[in-house]
Design a protein around this ligand. Structure first.
Ligand code: NDP
Length: 420
């Protein structure tokens, strides 16, 4: 029986918290802490009404401030901290976990809020040149904690959402059960859902738009190949969703999989987008609304993308109006017993079913469930290993079993259509 501190109470957190409450074998007490404590209080009330046998308390925290997170950890004494705030807070929360010797779990790798900060910018530009990709995020900042986490005897589980998270577990599972060698991985993220708005994002708009408007890239023969945003387009006929256009993006799990599965020759990530989403995004970008650099407006500094976030629907509010399904998974090719082989492992998730169960749309659901699973595996000891790791670095079997048990059942297709 464990005591968990959850930081953040947005769309993903609300699913993770409710799923933890349903897993009373592992989670007996939770403290919900965020910037806006009223969201934590609403969640506490909802769980208490459900009758789940978990003791919930709430707190306010500024997770950009290491000292404030340390204060909260020392006061609550949790067995682990689940960070479902924003990637901007990753390092501050990791520092606090290190100081208090508590296990750390998150769903997205670090990126800075201010990409113009000179020290960070210099390191970023050096990395762009050395590694050959220009995304604002990479694993180097969090992998740098490896030795300190080992010395402190604590586990850091990085990126246990769906992608990254489940897609990396699918890769470990494919390697363990289907292949002697994996040669290619195509990660396909299809959202066939419709929320009825001309434009809205399914998770935090700032993080989402930064990711989607950036250059694409993929891993081939040991190095990165970068593309212009949306340069590579394919159509794919997704099981239970149908034909959709999808575009090649840079995505964080490619970096970890490229490192941990060195025999893989090519790793690509594709995400589906409708034309209306792309047209709106291009227009917003052209007028400067996606910029992260502050501008002066009527004497005040405002960051255009943060102002845009305030105008867009809150992703946590899309649940009641989103219909349709997501299909997220990986297509693997490689060799087993000297024979060529291909395998597609995927999950299909229905937006309205998620809403009926927990009041959320499927993007928050497909991220929040794996956040609970990764946390449970660290807490029970199944995935406890001092150091800092991604989800492909553990035994995938218990995670795969929990996906089936907690609402994200998966399918194995041994004769899929490949992406050209
Ligand atoms: P939301 O914006 O809905 O929620 C973020 C939460 O963090 C809010 O409750 C917010 O508080 C809180 N927060 C922000 N800054 C601070 C701070 N300084 N101190 C304390 N709390 C803070 O985001 P999502 O739920 O959509 O996303 C959560 C995380 O999940 C992100 O890191 C995102 O990148 C990741 N994600 C991962 C995916 C995956 O598959 N791996 C997919 C989708 C998302 P407030 O309410 O005051 O704004």
């Amino acid at each position: 029986m464990s005591r968990l501190l959850v930081i953040g109470c947005g769309g993903v957190a609300q699913v993770a918290i409710q799923k933890c409450a349903l897993n009373s074998k592992v989670f007996s007490e939770m403290r919900l802490a965020s910037r806006t404590v009223s969201k934590c209080e609403a969640m506490k009330e909802k769980i208490e009404k459900s009758g789940a046998p978990v003791k919930i308390t709430t707190a306010t925290v500024n997770a950009d401030d290491v000292a404030d997170v340390v204060r909260l950890i020392k006061e609550y004494k949790p067995d682990a901290v689940l960070n479902v705030a924003l990637p901007y807070q990753d390092l501050a929360i990791m520092d606090a976990c290190l100081e208090c010797r508590v296990d750390y779990i998150d769903t997205a790798n670090y990126e800075p809020e201010d990409t113009d900060e000179p020290k960070w910018r210099a390191a970023y530009e050096k990395r762009c040149k050395e590694k050959g990709f220009t995304a604002y995020f990479d694993y180097s900042y969090q992998w740098a904690y490896m030795d300190r986490f080992k010395e402190a005897g604590i586990t850091g589980l990085l990126g246990t959402g769906f992608d990254p998270g489940v897609t990396s577990v699918f890769t470990a599972y494919a390697k363990k059960h289907f292949f002697d060698e994996i040669h290619t991985i195509d990660i396909l993220d299809c959202n066939g859902g419709d929320h009825g708005y001309a434009f809205a994002t399914n998770f935090n708009p700032e993080i989402n738009l930064r990711e989607v408007s950036a250059n694409g890239s993929y891993w081939e023969n040991g190095h990165w190949i970068e593309t212009k945003p949306m340069e590579i387009k394919r159509e794919y006929d997704f099981p239970q969703v149908g034909k959709k256009d999808m575009y090649l993006l840079h995505h964080e799990e490619i970096e970890a999989l490229g490192r941990n599965f060195p025999e893989v020759k090519r790793i690509r990530f594709f995400m589906t987008f409708g034309q209306s989403y792309l047209d709106h995004m291009r227009c917003l970008e052209d007028v400067g609304m996606l910029s992260t650099t502050p501008i002066k407006f009527e004497g005040k500094d405002i960051v255009p993308i943060q102002f845009l976030k305030a105008l867009l629907p809150d992703p946590a509010s899309l649940g009641p109006r989103t219909v349709g399904k997501t299909n997220i998974g990986c297509i693997f090719t490689g060799i087993k017993d000297g024979q060529e082989k291909k395998v597609y492992i995927y999950n299909v998730c229905d937006h309205q079913e998620c809403y009926k169960e927990l009041g959320s749309q499927a993007i928050s659901y497909t991220t929040g469930v794996p956040a609970m699973i990764g946390t449970a595996l660290v807490l029970t000891g199944a995935w406890k290993k001092p150091g800092v790791y991604t989800t492909d670095e553990f035994d995938p079997d218990p995670y795969m079993e929990m996906l089936n048990e907690y609402g994200l059942p998966w399918v194995v297709d041994e004769n899929p259509t490949l992406v050209e």
